[in-house]
Design a protein around this ligand. Sequence first.
Ligand code: ADP
Length: 679
Amino acid sequence: MSKPRRTLWQRWRGAWRRWSLWTLLVALVVAMLVTVVWLAGRYEASQVQSRLERDTSDAVSDVRVALTRNLQSLQALHADDPGILAWEVNASELLRGHRELVRLEWRDTGMRLRSQVQTPYRPVYWDRGTRESAHSDASLACANARRLSGPAYSSSYFQPHGDGLGSEMMELCLPITSGGRSTGFLVATYALNAMLEDLVGHSLTRSQEASFTEADGTRLAVLGAARRGSRMFTATHLLDLPGATLVLRMDTWHSAPSLFPNVLTALVTAMSIALVTVMVVLVRDNRRRLRAERDLGDALAFRKAMEDSLVTGLRARDLEGRITYVNPAFCDMVGFAPQELLGLSVSAPYWPPERVEEYQQRQAIRFAGYMPPREGFESEFMRKDGTRFPVLIIEAPLINAQGLHTGWMSAFLDISEQRRIEELSRASQERLQATARLATVGEMASLLSHELNQPLAAISSYATGSMNLLQAPAGAGEVPPPESLQDVRMAMQQIARQAERAGKVIKSVHDFVRRRDQAREAVTAQQLLDAIMPLVSLQARKIGVRVHTVMEPELPAALCDRTMVEQVLLNLARNAMQAMDVPGISKRVLEIRARRAASNAHQAWIEFSVADLGAGIEPDVAERLFTPFFTTRAEGMGLGLSLCRTVIEQHGGFLGFAANEPRGTVFTFTLPVYQPAPS
Ligand code: ADP
């Protein structure tokens, strides 16, 4: 069953599905990567933000602690009701140690200034009128302090320094009590700038900007790095003091628009890159696999087409003898469908029932590990309809890619047609041989008549002589004399002998022409020579050739078809004699030899040679010598040598020729020695 061809639409759909899946996968991975990087960035930002929040609250608590400590130092100024002078000394001392305090005033209960001390670090111009006004920040703070009976801060205000600059200040009013009675106020002025510089830890302001702001964000004092980055982080914290509230704000920047803000993000990014790389590799690998699959498909299709077009039947069996594969040619050969054959092991349906046992034995030998002959062996199979046919089986072990022996592969050739042709050619060869023999005899007819002439003439003259003897005496009715009768008897004996001689001549021809069954048998060289000698001598006598035979002693018998080899010998002998039957050749000797030839371990050979002293063979004749119907003689058929070679080759031998010494040609051929089967 052939697979339906995929339509263009199906192929397009397949490609679309594959591509859309890949696109989806890529989109998902990209989305995931973006999310992860974004989340890592966010995490990083939140880390920075929370660190900033922590720093801000640390800064606020720093400021608060410092202010409280300052409060105590300020209270200590009035601890033992000091005199003005002592107060000023102590206050100056205090201001020297606290740069954030720019001015200390001692006021009486009516807010009048009793004494004041200024910071030695930075001159500030104070307008006395404004400071003592009832609406000054100091007065407001003291009013608050009085109300709270404790320290109170004023809101911040801008104080010009007198040199064109100025700074933000804040007042602290501290009620002074003595023996439970209010005796005045201590007003301390804080510079917000200096507060940031001195009260907030330096580590906090090194990498971030700290500032005091108003609730609406207006900056009152700023300290710290003026660095700017792409991302700004801000944290604010309230510093609520009695009577006033300040906002401490801290800003920090991300120095660069970093893609990899920290290890985590870098790690995630690296992993993402690895993931993408793996994906690319996967895609490549997938593509390679697809290509390999396609190639494999092509190779399979090619193999299948090849197997389907084979005329050789193929069958594979596993090590248990189960049929695992048959090709269409095999199915056609035996007439069974693949389903009927696959999986069978014990006996196959194409085995002729009478040979099942023999085949099973053969199979057992194969599975025992004995290698079959490489050139194959012949066997007989049965078609589904019961007809038998000869097959040539070539078996080989199946070795898989890992080098393991997994079964047996067999190739089958139906050789019935070959057999039929062989039979035909054998029959026609036989007919041709017979014809050639008859032709030989035809050619020899004149010789025969010549040969028969002699005995017949002798018979006739003996007969005439006898009759004369019988009629000799003149007187009628007389009985011939006894000596005449003696002569007649002798003549009769001669007649009988001559008749027998003629009969022998005819028999020798008859024996030769008669078609005998083709069979190989053990024949000695002497037997072969004896068979052809009468016929050879006939011709030899006529043309004056001396026949010389040389036989190696104790020559073994040859295994051959006697009739055919006789024909070969006769042909060669006649050719040799014909070569010498030309005027000018005075020495006419035909030599027939038989001897042992070079042999090997498997086979011994006998060599026959037929040598003449003729004119030899010209090179252009030599080339076509064995071509059928090639002849140089007017009455020749040109079949002799080609048939001789066929016959000798059928026996496994070799026929050739060479120049003879001193002249002429020598034809040689070999025949296998008969080897009796060991008992
Ligand atoms: P035919 O004898 O009918 O001619 P052959 O096949 O026997 O056919 O011989 C073919 C030719 O080979 C002959 O015609 C002859 O020319 C040549 N030939 C064969 N034997 C010899 C030989 N012994 N010496 C010379 N020529 C030979």
